[in-house]
Structures are given as C-alpha cells and as structure tokens.
Write a protein that binds this ligand. Sequence first.
Ligand code: CP
Length: 321
Amino acid sequence: MKTFLHVADIGDLQTALNEAAEIKQDRYKYEHLGHHKTALLIFFNNSLRTRLSTQKAARNLGLDVIVLDVNQGAWKLETERGVIMDGDKSEHLLEAIPVMASYCDLIGVRTFAGLVDREADYTEKILRQFIEYSGKPVFSMESATAHPLQAFADLITIEEHRTKARPKVVLTWAPHPRSLPQAVPNSFAEWMRAADVDFVVTHPHGYELDPLFVGDAKVEYDQFKAFEGADFIYAKNWSSPGVTNPADYGQILSKDMSWTVDAAHMAVTNNACFMHCLPVRRNMIVSDDVIESERSLVIPEAANREISATVVLKRLLQDNF
Ligand code: CP
C-alpha cells in the first residue's frame, strides 16, 4: 500500500480487522517499525479526533510526528497552477509539497471539499498533488470526498458489537445548519458495501450519494421504513452531492427536523446501536437521550480511530521501507 484513500487500498477486510484486533491487544507490538522515521500530518482544516488519534497511532509505531496547521503559522498556500500570485498567498503548493516531503517519510493530509466545484472536489485535486509531487506514501486524514480512517474505525466498531453474522446497517442523513462535505457518508457507504452487512441508505430526495461510493446499495427514502429491524444506525449530515442535479452541489436542500434521530426512530429498530463520527450537533442530528443511551457507540467508535490509524500506518511502513 503506497496510498490510503479507498477501501480497496487496505485489501482483504477480514485480514485488516484481524490486524486491528491484534493491535488492540498490544498497541506497541510494531513499535520498531517507525524507528528513525517521521510522519508529517498536514491539516488544511480543523480536527480533534483525527489530529489526536493519528499522532497516538504514529507514536504506537515508534514514529516521530510533525503536525502542520497550514492556515495557522505557515505561509498561505496557493493551490491553483497558472495564478498570478499577487494576493495574500505567499507560497505555491508545488514548491511546498516537495519541501515538506523532504522532512518526513509518510504524509497524512486533511483537506476538505470546497463544495463549489464538484469536479475539483471529486478528482481530489489537492490530495492528488501530494501523491504526485511528494514521492512519499500519502494517506487521507479526510479529503474532499473520503474519510477512510473513519470508515475503517466504524467497521472495527461494528465488528466488535455485532450480535449476528450479517447485521442490518443503516446510514441516515440528518439535518444540520451548515453545508457539510460528503466524505464521511461516501467512505462509510464504500466500506459497508465491501463488508458483509445488509446495508441501507436513507435520505431526502436530492441527497443521492455518488455512485462511485454508494454503488448499488439499497436507498430507502422513508426513514422510518429504513430503520425497521436495523442493528446499527449511522447518522450523518451531508450537503447535496449534485448527482441528480449538478446545480445543487454543496447546497442544503432540507433542514427537515423530522429526520433528527430520536427515541421514536430508534424504537422501530432491532434495539440498534447508534453511531456518529463526531463532532455532532445534538438535537439536530440526534437527540440527547439517544446519544447518551447505553446503545450509543460514539465514544468507542472515536477510540477506534487510534486502532484504524495504527493499522494503516503499520501497513504503510511495512510496504514501503
Ligand atoms: N471524526 C473526525 O474526523 O473528527 P475530527 O474532525 O475531530 O478529526
């Protein structure tokens, strides 16, 4: 594995889950792999869980870690080629990438979707430049269209809590006051399709996910119907992916509060576990009582971010050095 963006990059999922279980037993088992190597974690956007869990994972593997917040303390970076740089951006990404790469062995990048230009976002314009010009193994810490470290942690969490061979897993859209990217639902859909689960997506019309990620997964527009018999409810807001109407890309098409996951929704499930990647807006996405219930997995799910990141960084070290 030289890059980590899609589920295919990790190979056989059961093997990856076995590695996750092994690392959970002994987080420092592969501490020797990172000796005298450095991971550079570059954040173009805010983060709590990814920032902390990826640093912890790197240290589990004996790596040194450098964290760069591009928009706090570094020169402002121009990302478009051909621009006359007479504005406030002092450095071009095309110089910055090889310079940053010269100080490290692995690069993690967080760069959110702009939600204006669908093509730029869905071709992963910024992440692809890191892959092309750094010459180093690159992994996504949430890019424009995907959040694979989150989806892998979600899969580990489902594996740990499932009580049947093939659980029903429902991804549900829920309302939010701001326009959010599709990275988390895209990756969750991609990873659930690859896993052995009965996967259903529910959202209002206009929120259809890109076929690259959602494939032929079942879509049910009636949220209560989708929830019936579910074993896991995974809530997330996303803005319109612009699949049915390109002009809607990045737009908020609904703030329908009847989609908020509350006790009435959970009552039609098979005593489902509740999941969300966090951060979460309470009483927009999910009611207080549901997120605080004993069926809520949001904290162990976030804790598993350390485990998914340790597996991914371990693979990058083993496969490239
Ligand atoms: N779930 C997640 O990626 O959290 P952060 O944005 O805080 O890193």
